[in-house]
Design a protein around this ligand. Structure first.
Ligand code: SF4
Length: 250
């Protein structure tokens, strides 16, 4: 059963366009959104890799952490980058999207998800009744691998310390991992995205103030959805589960 979302605060054309692409009757789908815009900031327990980060003082804000990342040469990806792509969005976002690594456009613009795949992610966010500025978007690794190759295990491992710190500072209620690399890296799993997607998985390390593991929803990467449009309906089902979770009383 599909959860419908509101037109309120949403660019109706983009929303309708996305639903049309998915083959849904958008006119019968509009109703008041139950996705809350209020922000909650639970405390998270420290990650196990925290001590491995090369920091002289512990960063308490995204700005401090970004400052460290901009100077970072902790792995070989510093050689292939033009810019560090740290991430962007609300520092108090309840919803965090995590992709794999910056591509050429992201590297050039120093912003995550700005290419065609980024446009699709924007439409997905709008279809959820949210704006891009209300969520936070980043990648597991912050520097572009040469020729957009898949990041290596060591690079993912080293750079994931920044991601862990980002998650702790933002304290999202839900994390959406986009694609195989992000999902496997965040969940420390070898399971395929086809098997992982569609089900909430507790984050293996991070907990909120209630002592509950942060909920992670693996789903397909927008880049994959562009190549396999028939899978968009599955991604949309996953995102509707996320919307439902965000709408639950805190
Ligand atoms: S990918 Fe991450 S760890 Fe490697 S140089 Fe860039 S910021 Fe540092």
């Amino acid at each position: 059963m599909f959860v419908c979302v509101s037109k309120v605060g949403v660019e109706g054309r983009d929303f309708q366009e996305y639903l049309d692409v998915l083959g849904f009757d958008s006119n019968s789908c509009f109703q008041q959104s139950s996705v809350k815009s209020s922000i909650k900031l639970p405390q998270l327990t420290p990650s196990s890799g925290e001590e491995e980060m090369n920091t002289s003082s512990h960063p308490n804000t995204l700005a401090q952490l970004e400052h460290l990342a901009l100077e970072c040469r902790n792995c070989s990806l510093c050689e292939s980058r033009s810019n560090v792509v740290f991430g962007e969005g609300s520092p108090k976002a309840r919803l965090l999207f995590i992709g794999e690594a910056p591509d050429e456009s992201e590297d050039r613009n120093a912003r995550p998800f700005v290419s065609e795949a980024g446009d699709l992610l924007d439409k997905m966010i709008v279809a959820m009744g949210l704006k891009r500025e209300q969520v936070y978007i980043t990648n597991v690794v912050k520097c572009r691998p040469e020729n957009d190759r898949t990041p290596q295990e060591e690079e993912l491992s080293i750079c994931s310390n920044y991601l862990s710190e980002q998650i702790q500072i933002i304290s999202p209620d839900v994390i959406v991992c986009l694609g195989t690399v992000a999902s496997q890296s965040v969940l420390k799993s070898k399971t395929s995205i086809s098997q992982l997607r569609g089900k909430f998985v507790p984050h293996p390390e991070l907990k909120n103030a209630n002592g509950e593991a942060v909920a992670v929803m693996p789903t397909f990467h927008p880049e994959y959805l562009l190549k396999s449009p028939s899978e968009k309906k599955h991604a949309w089902e996953d995102l509707q589960k996320v919307m439902k979770r965000l709408a639950q009383p805190q």
